[in-house]
Design a protein around this ligand. Structure first.
Ligand code: SDX
Length: 360
């Protein structure tokens, strides 16, 4: 039985192609390297949304206005909601946005994780939420709402590169969830809520936080080999490694490692932390290769994500929420693409339960 729909083609898409054999990612015909080198997150949104939503000439300004509009929901966050883990609090607030299928609904949903995660983090820490500045770029405004101060150009560029890198990635579990809900014509908020719930799992978007836990547990480059060996001996999975599609290194790992190096060059990352990560990555790859020779297990997108988001000031419990800040653009485009097919997604299952008792 093919568990997990491995190798099953469940949709046709013009949005992105994940070439697992060659380690290549293309979004609307543009390679990841070109996207990271030339596009802001706002540019990538326009690329993803083209043909699915009417695109305004001033999309960045309209996204800024959506951040301001969405920020109004923050005031309704009560103590119980603020006490939730940041991603759950963001999900609860996002659920208060009405289902729609137009560009305004889409931009509000792009704005939601970007506004709610920083606000929930600050309110949980007893600090006032910081209102968005619609004139800022999306990545810069996220960091300003998180810290209360304007980010450096390197910090804004590093987060923008992350958002671009994770924005879309074929039919991953959360995007598939978005498409299933879109196929019932439930609306964009419902699709994003389903996708966000799928993203939370540690096998999917919940992995970056545990990567830091792994670095903390390994402790030092000298102790890393023994720690990794013990983890694998216990049958544990190493967070940030392996992938259902990539049989070689996830191209996003190097895109994000370059962003980490950008911050390290600006003194925004402790060189010892980066040295530990690189040492742990090296020993993990060697030991995974030795332990699973028939299954290529390489670094995936989450490993350097962890160092990048930590250096930008996000606490690890918010990493999945930051992942959603980027991936929401892909979810929305896929939801519209699926809705436009007009087909309900409804696969078969094989019944293996008990047979009814024969009539006496
Ligand atoms: C993301 O699909 C996407 O595109 C996802 C994503 C995206 O952008 O949306 O790329 C984002 O989800 C990245 C992955 C983040 N998750 C992690 O880093 C968690 C650790 N990695 C895994 O658990 C695992 O690699 C998966 C879930 C990512 C993929 O697993 P598969 O394809 O279901 O493979 P599998 O579970 O069948 O594993 C095959 C073998 C197993 O060994 P056996 O049981 O056959 O002996 O490889 C082993 C696994 O135990 N294995 C690992 C491992 N990943 C797989 N062993 C140790 N450490 C790991 N990380």
């Amino acid at each position: 039985m093919n568990t997990g729909l491995e190798d099953v083609v469940a949709a046709q898409t013009i949005l992105s192609d994940v070439d697992g054999a060659n380690g290549r990612l293309i979004v609307r015909g543009v390679s990841l390297d070109d996207l990271v080198a030339t596009s802001s997150y706002e540019d990538l949104l326009a690329l993803l949304f083209a043909g699915f939503f009417p695109l305004p000439a001033d999309l960045p300004a309209q996204l800024g206005a959506a951040r301001v509009c969405i920020f109004a929901h923050v005031a309704s966050a009560d103590e119980a909601l603020i006490a939730l883990p940041p991603v759950d609090a963001m999900r609860a607030l996002l659920a208060r946005t009405e289902d729609g299928d137009d560009l305004t609904s889409a931009l509000n949903l792009v704005a939601a994780p970007a506004v709610f995660i920083p606000a929930m983090l600050r309110l949980k820490a007893g600090k006032p939420a910081v209102a968005p500045d619609p004139a800022r770029g999306h990545a810069a405004d996220i960091l300003a709402m998180l810290t209360g101060t304007a980010p450096t150009s390197q910090q804004a560029a590093a987060l923008d590169r992350y958002l671009v890198t994770v924005a879309d990635h074929g039919l991953n579990a959360s995007t598939f969830a978005a498409r299933v809900v879109a196929s019932t014509k439930a609306g964009l908020t419902s699709s994003v809520l389903a996708a966000l719930s799928a993203l939370k799992g540690p096998l999917h978007g919940g992995a970056p936080g545990p990567v830091l836990d792994m670095l903390d547990a390994a402790g030092s480059p000298e102790q890393a080999p023994a720690w990794i060996e013990a983890e694998l001996a216990r049958g544990e999975r190493l967070m940030g490694f392996g992938h259902r599609i990539y049989r070689v290194r996830d191209p996003r790992a190097d895109a994000l490692k370059a962003a980490v190096r950008l911050l390290a060059g600006a003194g925004a990352i402790d060189p010892a932390r980066l040295a530990l990560a690189e040492a742990l990555e090296g020993t993990a790859l060697a030991q995974l290769k030795a332990k699973k020779p028939d299954r290529p297990l390489d670094t995936n997108v989450e490993f350097y994500t962890a160092l990048l988001l930590e250096a930008l000031g996000f606490p690890r419990e918010a990493f999945t929420g930051v992942f959603a800040m980027g991936r929401v653009g892909g979810w929305l485009a896929h939801a519209r693409e699926q809705a436009e097919t007009g087909r309900l997604i409804r696969p078969l299952s094989v019944y293996v339960g008990p047979k009814p008792r024969e009539a006496a």
